[in-house]
Design a protein around this ligand. Structure first.
Ligand code: SF4
Length: 339
């Protein structure tokens, strides 16, 4: 299985590929934007962001000159905000050190912030015809089933193993098409649960299918324990309809986004406790809203305690202007009900 597998896969791709905006270009900047947005994001959802992003930042120079806040506003709702922070860093490096010309060579790309082996391989294979195989979740699943490879897909060693296998498969074909074909086949046919083995072109050679063990692949490590956190936001509302917000810093979640003053507790807490903690009058409590929000390794129990307050508080902003600030997604939902 090498050249014939790869050619068959590319033939399938050319007949079945989805009509996506980034497939009409070989501009490395645009391919980079699409690859970063599509990490951890569904294609339908990511396409909207891709179009919006390029409307606002049609080239790397425009992006490099953007403010943090403007970029976060465009990114709002996509999650994994460190991706956007790294994009801004990368754009500045390209403007200052590469004369504003986005590189398309693997060796240059891999040195830039937020670009790892996967992204550098995708850009360099599509835009520079380099023989760099991509290894993402779709590729790992498809190839681990085809070959019954019992390695846990999260480990670096496993990725190296598949990269090596990819080098063998990509060597005689168009690398950009091969990489996209491999990923598309994994996401459209060899899907995580609804794998379509009956119409699969490779079922004769697929070791997992022929041993009736498709569901056992890919192999995963034991599940990581989800951490539960209790975030209590204190939302003050003044007589002239203002409230207090702060920018998050530090290295945790939602860096550089805005939020209301926060008290984090070990367990669920009451409005009485919050009012005591902040020396607020409990009778000024207007409402309490609780929601849960899931992140990959965290379950956030978020509470919003809304208090009437006087105007002597620092850093007040108009409640109607909150929509101009980048907030994390669960806070945005609450704000849309508040304004
Ligand atoms: S036969 Fe099934 S498991 Fe094997 S590659 Fe095809 S879709 Fe995937």
């Amino acid at each position: 299985m090498s050249a014939s597998f790869s050619n068959k896969l590319i033939d399938w791709y050319r007949q079945n590929k989805r009509d996506l905006p980034w497939r009409k270009t070989k501009n490395p900047y645009k391919i980079w934007v699409s690859e970063i947005i599509l990490q951890q994001t569904r294609i339908e959802f990511g396409t909207k962001y891709y179009n919006r992003f390029l409307e606002k930042y049609p080239d790397v120079k425009k992006l490099a000159n953007s403010s943090d806040s403007d970029l976060m506003k465009i990114w709002e709702g996509l999650g994994y905000y460190s991706r956007a922070i790294n994009m801004l860093k990368t754009a500045k490096i390209i403007l200052n050190s590469y004369n504003g010309v986005f590189p398309s060579k693997y060796d240059q790309l891999i040195l830039l912030p937020g670009i790892g082996d996967y992204t550098a391989s995708a850009i360099s294979s599509i835009c520079n015809n380099e023989l760099q195989p991509v290894v993402d979740g779709n590729v790992l699943r498809f190839l681990s089933r085809m070959h019954k490879i019992d390695l846990p897909i999260e480990s670096i060693k496993t990725k190296k193993y598949f990269k090596k296998l990819g080098f063998r498969l990509i060597k005689d074909v168009n690398p950009g098409d091969f990489n996209q074909a491999l990923m598309d086949y994994g996401s459209m046919i060899c899907k995580p649960k609804k794998f379509d083995c009956k119409s699969c072109l490779f079922s004769i050679d697929c070791k997992a299918y022929n041993s009736n063990s498709v569901e056992n692949y890919p192999t995963k490590k034991k599940k990581i324990k989800v951490k539960e956190r209790y975030l209590n936001y204190v939302v003050v509302v003044t007589d002239d309809n203002k409230t207090q917000i702060k920018k998050r810093d530090g290295s945790g979640i939602w860096k550089n986004l805005y939020e209301f003053p926060l008290i984090e507790t070990e367990t669920q807490t009451s409005a009485k406790h919050i009012s005591k903690e902040l020396d607020l009058d409990f009778t000024d409590l207007l409402s309490v809203k609780r929601i849960n929000h899931k992140l990959s390794h965290q379950l956030l129990h978020i509470a919003f305690f809304v208090f009437r307050a006087n105007n002597k508080i620092d850093d007040l902003v108009d409640i109607n202007s909150l929509i101009n600030y980048p907030f994390p997604r669960p806070l945005n939902k609450f704000i849309s009900e508040l304004v």
